[in-house]
Design a binder for this molecule. Structure first.
Ligand code: ADP
Ligand code: GLC
Length: 493
């Protein structure tokens, strides 16, 4: 059989441009698919960070008459992973100071509908008979709302290939006023309950969920949760209706980038066979974060967006009590201004015990995973979550709320799971500060029992979170979608 060709459309891709886990996935999954023989090309907006790092840069197409959009060039380059990137070069929409979705003040760009409408439109052109490229994908793999219109454009385009959409976070939906339909030159038929209309708005995400041939999401447990009112964010009805076309596939992690035995950011490498280097990482982290050098006081690490989703408000609320256990806290993150201030204030109230860095630092995120004794992730909801997997790989047991992908990737420590060798962290059920505190208390109790703690860390480090099996699961979905499409075409002819 000829090699399967997939266009992977995404709004961020590591290491070129990253605000969260979507970038990690968009960097690593295409590389893992390539390793199992799938020919994947990644389509991203040509932000400054992308254009300036794209090598060798080649113009492979120009689009001067996409209705509703300025002229566009398509640039191609190759990432260090060997995966080809196609960047949508449209300086007036993408080359500006600020983030991919928001300006420097944290406000959404006013023209996001047009910016991601264009990304979706180009993905659809490349997946249809109108594509100017020699390379024709068999399928378009979309990710989140930013590429949600691609399945809609494809649905109405002649000679279009099938599409899938992966939900990384259903809370972000790309809902815009109805006039956007006309501005983006979407077929008016799209704007219907049986289509992309969502409570009086055009919803990019709903368009994807409605028109894509298949829907995936980033963990099996989240696939169930989004079919329910509590975590469906209004999409639960459609997802329940399409449940035969919905598959949860747990994300993997890049096991080369996240490897404590070779990580260049660490003070000292270590491995499951020789953990002695972990203490040096703890000391170095304590000194970097302004914490007292205390080898025997458990150090809790956090690397996170500061948002309601991540539940850090609960952690900040109990931080004063935690210092009495005692534990130390090292936090890295950015986001909500109020949470940032509370976190900063805590460093003044509890000097040497609580350390906070507000910002985005790849290097420090690795150092926290390695230097902390435990990693805290009290997310209210978490489609998959990557940090709990990184922390297990670094022998830093995670403490997590039992939700989404955290349930699929962390095994609570109980007498039975410790005996069975599967325990890998601490989970708590109901989202209250009391329950979070109790879970941390349990972890601290076990930390002081060296034999149990060593066994727990070994279990964590033995787990296999590599992308390979997830990449195979995606390939299975691709093949099924293509087979179903062929049988529809056969039954029509
Ligand atoms: P989400 O995508 O919802 O933010 P994930 O756990 O899937 O959550 O992925 C977050 C990714 O972003 C991880 O790679 C994490 O290390 C990284 N990250 C989050 N905040 C920061 C930060 N302030 N500095 C560096 N990396 C960060
Ligand atoms: C989203 C989710 C996170 C997931 C990531 C990558 O940002 O919030 O849980 O790990 O996407 O799929």
């Amino acid at each position: 059989m000829a090699e399967l060709k997939v266009l992977f459309a995404t709004s961020e891709v590591a290491p070129l441009i990253k605000t969260g886990g979507l970038a990690d996935v968009s960097g690593a999954l295409p590389a893992a698919l390539r390793a199992i023989g799938v020919d994947v090309r990644v389509l991203v907006p040509g932000y400054n960070q992308v254009i300036s790092h794209l090598t060798p840069q080649q113009v492979v197409a120009t689009f001067n008459d996409l209705p509703g959009f300025p002229p566009v060039r398509l640039l191609s380059g190759v990432m260090a992973s060997g995966v080809t990137v196609l960047a949508v070069d449209c300086p007036s929409l993408y080359q500006r100071e600020g983030g991919p979705y928001q300006n420097a003040l944290g406000h959404d760009w006013a023209d996001n509908a047009q910016r991601f409408g264009l990304l979706s439109r180009v993905a659809a052109v490349l997946g249809s008979s109108a594509s100017p490229l020699d390379w024709h994908p068999d399928l378009v793999h979309c990710n989140d709302w930013q590429t949600g219109l691609a399945p809609a454009f494809l649905h109405f385009a002649p000679g279009a290939v099938p599409s899938i959409i992966a939900i990384h976070n259903i809370a972000f939906q790309g809902n815009f006023p109805p006039e956007t339909v006309q501005q983006l030159h979407l077929p008016p038929a799209c704007y219907s309950i049986e289509g992309a209309e969502f409570y009086g708005n055009l919803s990019f995400l709903k368009a994807g969920l409605f028109y894509a041939d298949h829907i995936t999401t980033v963990s099996p447990n989240y696939a169930k949760e989004i079919q329910q009112e509590k975590l469906g964010f209004g999409m639960q009805g459609l997802l329940t209706f399409r449940r035969d076309r919905l598959t949860g596939i747990l994300n993997g992690i890049d096991t080369e980038e996240w490897d404590p035995s070779t990580d260049p950011h660490l003070a000292k490498p270590y491995s499951s066979a020789n953990m002695s280097g972990k203490a040096a990482n703890k000391e170095s982290l304590q000194s970097k974060m302004g914490l007292n050098i205390e080898p025997d006081i458990p150090l809790l690490g956090v690397v996170s967006r500061f948002t309601e989703q991540k539940g850090l408000d609960l952690l900040l609320e109990i931080a004063p009590l935690l210092t009495k256990l005692p534990v130390q806290l090292a936090m890295l993150g950015t986001g909500d201004a109020k949470m940032q201030k509370t976190a900063r204030d805590l460093t003044h109230l509890y000097p040497g015990k609580i350390g906070v860095v507000i910002g985005f630092s790849e290097e420090l995120s690795h150092q926290i995973e390695a230097g902390a004794d435990m990693f805290v992730m009290p997310s209210r909801f978490e489609p998959c979550g990557l940090n709990q997997m990184y922390s297990q790989r670094y022998g830093t047991p995670p403490i997590v709320h039992a939700t989404g992908g955290l349930v699929d990737s962390v095994v609570d420590s109980s007498t039975a799971t410790l005996k069975g060798g599967t325990a890998s962290g601490f989970t708590f059920e109901d989202m209250t500060s009391k329950n979070l505190f109790a879970a941390i208390q349990r972890a601290v109790g076990m930390y002081h029992d060296k034999i149990k703690w060593d066994a727990l860390r070994k279990n964590c480090m033995a787990k296999n979170f590599s992308w390979r099996s997830s990449a195979e699961a995606y390939r299975t979905v691709y093949l099924k979608v293509l087979k179903d499409r062929r049988s529809i075409i056969r039954s029509k002819s």
